[in-house]
Each structure stands twice: as C-alpha cells, then as structure tokens.
Design a protein around this ligand. Structure first.
Ligand code: URP
Ligand code: ZN
Ligand code: ZN
Length: 474
C-alpha cells in the first residue's frame, strides 16, 4: 500500500487500548494501524514514544470581545499555534452574541477573524446572551442546522446573564433542535451582593475574587440549571466545574439517571484560592483570577475523584488569555482597583495536556486510557466530531501527538507560544511532554517549534452531539 507518512515503532494509545503498532497515513487520514508499515514517502521514528490522538480542547476563548478597554491576548494565529505546541489538533472557541445584536451577524463577524488564520482545525460553539424571539425562533435553529451544534449560556456576568425564564426558553430550543447546551453555573445575584459587601469593607484585592463567588454560589446555580434541564427533559453540559460542591450536584443528577455531563480544567486540580493572594495581597494575584475561581486542596481531591469516577467527561483548558502588564490587561483593569474589574480568565491551552498527564498519569491517578478519553476522545464524541476526530484508527483524521512520557519539563513563559505575557503555572514541574504534533498528516509543531502555517487548519461544522440526541423528541 502507498503511504504518505508512516509513524513507526511507537506505542499507540486510544481511549480503549494500548498497542505497539505503526500508523500509516494517506491524504491526511489514518489508513492503517499495523505491526509493520513500510514504504511510506516519509517515516517518523516514534520509538520510546506514545502515539496519542491529538488533543481536542473543547473550551477555549480566542479573540473574543471582552468589553471596553479589554483585549484578549490571542488571535486565531497565536491561539492555534500555542494549542499545537501543547499537543492539540482541534480547538473549540466561542462565537459570542453581544447583547442587542443578532446572533448570525456576531457569528459571521467572529468567523471572519478565524478564516485563513488557524494552524489547526477549529470549530465554534455559540454563546446566547440575548435570546430574543428572532434568535430562538430563527437564527439559532438555522445555525444548529449549519453545524454550530452546541451553545453556552451564562448564569452570571452583567452582559451575559440569562434569567431563569430565559434559561428555560433556551433549553427548550436546545431540546427541539437537539443541540447541546453548555452552562456557566454561578449565581448572578449572590455574586453581586457579595461583591458589593466586600468592596464596602475595603476588600478589593484580587484575592477577594474568590470570596465574592464561593462554592455555594456555584453549587446553587448548578442545582438550578440541573432542575431546569430536568423540567424540560434536556441534556446539559456543565462547564468548568471547580470543586466538591458543584461536582456533588452533578454526581447526584447522574445517579438519578439524568443526562448531565461535566467538564473540569487544569486550574481546579493545581491552583488554589491562595494563589490569588499574589505577593502579599498585591495585584499579581490577578494572574490567577478566573471564574469559577480556584478553590482549595480538598476541592482538588474531589475533582480527582470526579475524574476517576467518570463524573467528568471532558478536561478542557478554558484558555481565556489576557496580558498582565498591559493597559488592556489584568494589572490595570480599566484604570480601576477592585477585583471586580479584573478580566476573568487565564491562559492554558498549551499547558493543559502536560498538566493532566503529569498530575494524572505520571502520578498514578488516572490510566493512559482515561487521559486520552478526557483530553481528546470524549470531546470529539460530546461535540459531534466523532468518528472523524478523537482516536487512532483507519478513517480518522491523522491528528496525532507523539508524547514523551518520561520527559521532565518546567513550565515557564519563555517556552510558551500564547499571546499572554505570563503563565499561571510558572515554575510548575511536569513529567510527560508533547514532542511532535501532527494535524491531518502534517507536522505543525515539533519540540516547541511551530512548523504549521496559518490557514493549515480548517473551520469545521459539526454533526449533532449524540449526547444531545439520545432523548425522544416532541
Ligand atoms: O474566567 C473565565 N473562565 N473566563 C472565561 C469565560 C468563561 O466563563 O468561560
Ligand atoms: Zn464560563
Ligand atoms: Zn470559558
């Protein structure tokens, strides 16, 4: 048989198996997985390495409008380059509706920013912030049919929050159109109340971002979202779960047989609220401000419990990159001093896989199969990209990462390719590192060097999520 590329001598790992095998690639697709593959035009030696499905990061924010005076640090070129260097071959950012505007015009505007810029495949979720009758009755159904098959709604943030009635209306459309609805679970009113109280007490340092949205706020919102979804009999994906309280609500729902799925992120297994203290409660704590905020060690242990027990289906970065030392960044949030104005979000698309591998596989908390499922396969299945993405078998795109399971690295800003000027994991030591990333049969990153070019990646439409379609329709 005729191959463009053969990856030889490695250990192929999927969500179900670990086998010693070569991989044959033709036309950007995997065409053979076999004992020996000879006669390819290009041979890549993978001896001593793991051959894994490329990472799929189904929760990233790139070039997203973030409010006056705030600019995201990554555009599609830098964001996808950073993702590729970190072992990813597909990312899924959010095309966000701005309140007062039509959904379709926002999506088209956002798509324009990405066309010709991506180094790896990219597919958009939607964000619904203004569920008008036109959006719910016409634009959203049409966009779902056009391949935007998942969308996120928020239970907090002034410019994004939906009230309960709006959530129910949006959930009803998700059910009817068989789209997967993703929810940011934090209660708006509680956060607002606590924020004002903290500010009145003069507690304005970045550290107080944590106390302004404690776990109970996330737990209450998760329970409310689950209840609304149960009422309407619609599947639900709860994103960026931070700790025990929300995780237990999700497990409770799952144990009752509800189709409730969940995602967690590196910050919730490695960072704590103490990181937001910075150096003696100064602004450096802003480098860790994200929502929900990192919690405590006990919560990290429960997140591991959830990862091990299958409560969580996906492990995403929630990469939301801002600069620190910039007028449009975290140090000087719109010229104001309170934590309330610090842009929420941290960079992490490049460090997600090494952190999960190191803390999970290298430390014996999860298996290689769980690692692949949580970092790639489950994302493809959850969001309608399977069986094109997310595994290594004939017919799949040749999206592959060669992984050195023994390599020790210290995460540091100078090694990373994102647009942020810092990493929250500065000095963090990991065992396990991506040494080569191949997207659709072409090497896009090798040993920290970016080889791919903007335009190599496509913008993908997706099929319906099987997790959203398993219920009977009315
Ligand atoms: O702080 C975060 N996570 N910012 C990103 C936006 C979101 O809610 O996912
Ligand atoms: Zn969110
Ligand atoms: Zn996010």
């Amino acid at each position: 048989m005729d191959y463009d590329v053969a990856i030889r001598g490695g250990t192929v790992v999927t969500a179900s198996d670990t086998v010693r095998a070569d991989v044959g690639i033709r036309g950007g697709r995997i065409v053979a997985v076999a004992d020996v593959i000879d006669g390819a035009r290009q041979t890549i030696d993978a001896s001593g390495l793991l051959v894994l499905p490329g990472g799929i990061d189904s929760h990233v924010h790139i070039a997203q409008a973030s409010g006056p005076g705030i600019v995201m640090a990554d555009d599609f070129a830098s964001g996808t380059a950073s993702a590729a260097a970190g072992g990813n071959t597909t990312i899924m950012p959010f095309a966000m509706q701005q309140r007062g505007r039509g959904l379709r015009e926002c999506v088209e505007e956002y798509r324009e920013l990405a066309v010709g810029k991506c180094l790896i495949d990219t597919s958009f979720h939607l964000v619904i912030s203004d569920p008008t009758p036109t959006v719910l009755g016409q634009e959203l159904p049409a966009l779902v049919k056009a391949g935007y098959t998942s969308f996120k709604v928020f239970m907090t943030y002034d410019d994004l929050v939906l009230n309960d009635r709006q959530l129910l209306e949006v959930f009803a459309v998700a059910r009817r159109e068989q789209a997967l609805v993703m929810v940011h679970c934090e209660g708006y009113d509680s956060i607002k109340y606590l924020t004002e109280r903290l500010e009145a007490e003069g507690k304005t340092a970045p550290y107080y971002h944590g106390p302004s949205r404690p776990q109970i706020v996330e737990r209450e919102a998760a329970h409310r979202a689950i209840s609304h979804a149960e009422l309407l009999d619609v599947p639900l994906m709860i994103v960026h779960v931070s700790g025990r309280e929300a995780m237990e609500q999700i497990r409770w729902a799952q144990q009752r047989g509800l189709p409730v799925y969940a995602e967690t992120c590196p910050q919730y297994i490695t960072l704590t609220e103490d990181d937001m203290k910075g150096l003696n409660m100064d602004m450096t704590g802003a480098k860790y401000v994200c929502s929900p905020p990192p919690r405590d060690k006990e919560s990290q242990a429960s997140i591991w419990e959830g990862l091990q027990q299958g409560v969580f289906h996906t492990f995403s970065s929630d990469h939301c990159p801002f600069r620190y030392e910039a007028t449009d960044g975290k140090l000087n949030p719109r010229g104001r001093t309170s934590f309330r104005w610090v842009p929420n979000g941290i960079p992490g698309v490049e460090t997600r896989l090494p952190i999960l591998f190191s803390e999970g596989v290298s430390k014996g908390r999860i298996s290689l199969q769980q690692f692949v499922a949580l970092s790639s396969t489950n994302h493809a299945k959850m969001y309608g990209l399977y069986p094109r993405k997310g595994s290594i078998a004939p017919g799949f795109d040749a999206d592959i990462v060669l992984w050195d399971a023994k390599r020790r690295e210290t995460i540091t800003q100078s090694k990373l390719h994102h647009g942020s000027d810092y990493t929250p994991w500065e000095g963090f030591e990991v065992v396990g590192w991506p040494v080569m990333t191949m997207a659709k049969g072409k090497i896009v990153a090798e040993n920290g060097k970016i080889i791919g070019k903007p335009g190599d990646g496509a913008i993908l439409e997706r099929g319906l999520s099987p997790y959203a379609t398993r219920r009977a329709r009315h």
